[in-house]
Ligand binder design. Sequence first.
Ligand code: FAD
Length: 427
Amino acid sequence: MATVSSGAGPQSQTILVVGGGIAGVTAALEAAEVGQDVILIEREASLGGRVTKLNRYFPKLCHPTCGLEINYQRIRRNPRLRVLTMCEVTEISGARGAYRATIRRHPRFVNERCTACGDCAKATETKVDNPFNYNLDKVKAAYLPHEHAFPMRYVVAPEAIAAGEGEKLKAACAYGALDPDDKGETFDLHVGAVIWATGWKPYDPANLDAYSYALSRDIITNVEMERLAAHDGPTHGKILRPSNGEPAKKVALIQCAGSRDLNHLPYCSRICCLGSLKHAAYLREQYADAEVHIYYIDIRAHDKLEAFYDRVRADPQVSFIKSKPAHIRIGDDGRPVLHGERTIEREIYSEPYDLVVLATGMQPSAVSGYRPALDIASDEYGFLVPSERDDGGIFSAGVAAGPLDVSMSVQSATAAALKAVQAVRAS
Ligand SMILES: Cc1cc2nc3c(=O)[nH]c(=O)nc-3n(C[C@H](O)[C@H](O)[C@H](O)COP(=O)(O)OP(=O)(O)OC[C@H]3O[C@@H](n4cnc5c(N)ncnc54)[C@H](O)[C@@H]3O)c2cc1C
């Protein structure tokens, strides 16, 4: 949790970007490419944020690498941009043109000499939940965050060190890259402006009691569906029932699971309908006989993506059912059963499925225990929106600022970069 202190730093024209998702990476590059010194900090072991965990992303339905790799090339070419991973801001103070940010670097136990050869992974016997796959599977405790990670460097989970494997891993590394004594560090940065690009987290499905997420492995969320469909996911891209590994051929996609609901997220996350249309397409590409039922309140396919909606709607094996399911029970055969009423036909249904996908919305990261310091205002939902009472050197970008898709996040990041450049040059 960041705290505010009164000490300012010296004058600086460096821009600090917090959060290395698509928005933070974009903001950092745009500012660095007009000649500003930029420091980009990311709390995870690699950049890319949640976009890296998508199987494919619209509008072009390409793999995340197609958008991210070009940015990583720009980072490699730009000496003005410094990237610090596994870092968080713990304290920030000062004013526009002279902030002091205290940074905590968490131990990675692997230094920049790592060649990503993987010998440390071979040496460890410890396994940990795989955060890249939303913990749907396990990974060796010395691991590459994912196959396109930037930086392309292994990370050792603290569990391997706690299990007493530190010296064994060090001995296995021919490059001197393993440092079991890494304790992390705390240091100060002096910067003139700060862009918060801390993004989002999926709304917690455990809050949706009626949808029984905890009762069946065959009730998953939309972000988990992205991993099930991904070639580097827990099932190597086959969409299988987590409970028994059988193909998921009759699938329900529940829209607005917690969204547009005063008890949960009162707002629309904008991308969930398109996310589910994408999931219907994944299923139909894999299984010629798949049956997909989309339960919706209204379908919101914004701007040019209406054509994608039309394409999915034309598929006779994809049905759109206007209804908000009342609850999900587990049937005698272990399959989840949806109960509710078809709003248009006024018919009660009780329908079993192989797999149910909850389209949960995006909640700003800043609401969950981490609040940026300084006087940045947030709206009633926790999105960070600088206002006139801020001091003119603090900005927000991407989903930290509001529920946006990738192209909108990139636009908002470019705008934030321009404002930050103006702020440091004017101070
Ligand atoms: C199911 C689903 C499917 C989607 N599919 C698409 C799609 O096909 N096309 C599309 O355009 N959009 C899609 N989206 C939306 C897309 O994921 C977002 O637009 C995008 O992730 C926004 O990027 P961001 O950088 O703002 O946030 P994030 O991706 O969340 O990145 C934020 C980064 O900040 C880091 N961070 C957070 N807090 C801190 C901190 N305190 N200190 C340091 N670092 C921190 C995080 O680790 C993360 O790396 C989808 C969303 C969902 C839910």
